[in-house]
Design a protein around this ligand. Structure first.
Ligand code: SF4
Length: 353
């Protein structure tokens, strides 16, 4: 018999699983609380379940857990975790501190198929989707040692290309019997998979971030191949329809790439494009990495873009390149781990020392 990882089940699925064993529905909530609120990793620890029931469960199910294989920290407090999965694949999470309101950025896939030209993860291609348990376990592992206030799905992968597992993981994250995050504190980011945005909106209430990064289809086609399938106007129409938690805004992520999308004309077009959408904007100056064809923007261009939006009453934040010294740009730690672990550890020790 194939055993079930309980962390791959939503509460409703666990209820169905237990009903199949002739058990009461409310037992699912008890088990969820043991796993997600008391960190139980074996059924033996679940002292409000009978011994026979615990034995029965142990024969049919298990609870996975994992810890980071590599953990790096930066002087600005950013911490990067690299997890090696059961099949040897690696994913990463990044904890970004902000005055006691830590944000954990989690991965949803090993690699990514979307092929955004400015992204190192995109250059690896897609290895596979993460299971719900592998998404949840990134949160559980970091939560063991750090407070987490916000969860953002902005690590490796396109979350909406792994929609079923991402929705299930979100349900566990926001369940009062699960990890108890407010739905206002969970954000899913997408490069623009329009039909999946609609399904996400119907399935769970969470914040949405859209990685826009261009102001014309011609430009976006070049740097984000997804645009050829779902062009800007179609994407923005889906944003307008997306059901947000009350008084929330869609976050538009905009990676400023030197000489590509950072002109004043871009800023003007950007403001027109998002007109009428409750929106805030994150400007992310591109971080050059070895072998990439794009350049970081000049500080003057960043400031001009930022000011143009600000002067039009748009909530805009320019993200500092936090954790730059620990390669916190998307996918870089994993890229390094493709090399033998000893050399990464030696390098990490060197940086800490
Ligand atoms: S930016 Fe995001 S969607 Fe695009 S290739 Fe990188 S990980 Fe994938």
């Amino acid at each position: 018999m194939n055993k079930v990882d309980i962390k791959n089940l939503s509460l409703e699925e666990l209820e169905d699983f237990l009903q199949g064993l002739g058990k009461e529905k409310y037992r699912a909530k008890q088990i969820f609380k043991w796993i997600y609120q008391k960190n139980a990793t074996t059924f033996d620890q679940m002292s409000n379940l009978s011994k026979d029931f615990r034995n029965d469960l142990s024969g049919r199910a298990f609870v996975t857990t994992f810890g980071p294989e590599v953990e790096e920290s930066s002087p600005d407090g950013t911490r990067k975790y690299l997890f090696r999965l059961a099949d040897g694949a690696c994913v990463e999470s990044v904890l970004i501190p902000d005055e006691g309101r830590n944000t954990l950025c989690v991965s949803s896939q090993v690699g990514c198929a979307m092929g955004c030209r400015f992204c190192l993860t995109g250059s690896f291609g897609l290895e596979r989707n993460l299971s719900c348990a592998e998404i949840i376990n990134q949160v559980c592992a970091v939560k063991n040692t750090q407070d987490i206030r916000n969860i953002v799905f902005m690590g490796m992968g396109e979350p909406l290309a792994n929609l079923e597992n991402v929705i299930k993981a979100v349900k566990v994250l926001i369940s009062p019997d699960g990890l108890q995050f407010s739905n206002r504190r969970v954000t899913i980011s997408t490069s623009g998979l329009v039909p999946e945005m609609e399904i996400l909106g119907r399935s769970v209430t969470v914040n949405l971030a859209v990685s826009l990064n261009a102001t014309t289809d011609e430009q976006r086609d070049r740097i984000m191949p997804v645009n050829r399938k779902y062009p800007i106007q179609q994407l923005l129409a889906a944003c307008r329809k997306f059901p947000l938690p009350s008084r929330r805004m869609i976050t538009f992520e905009y990676v400023l790439i030197g000489g590509v999308n950072d002109s004043l004309d871009d800023a003007k077009r950007f403001v027109k494009l998002i007109h009428g959408i409750p929106a805030k904007v994150n400007l992310i100056p591109f971080n050059e990495y070895e072998g990439c064809v794009y350049k970081s923007p000049e500080q003057a261009e960043i400031d001009r873009f930022h000011k143009y939006l600000l002067d039009r009453n748009i909530t805009v934040i320019t993200r500092s390149s936090r954790g730059g010294d620990i390669s916190a740009a998307c996918g870089q730690l994993k890229g390094r781990l493709e090399r033998p672990l000893e050399s990464v550890e030696a390098e990490t020790r060197g940086k800490r020392g």
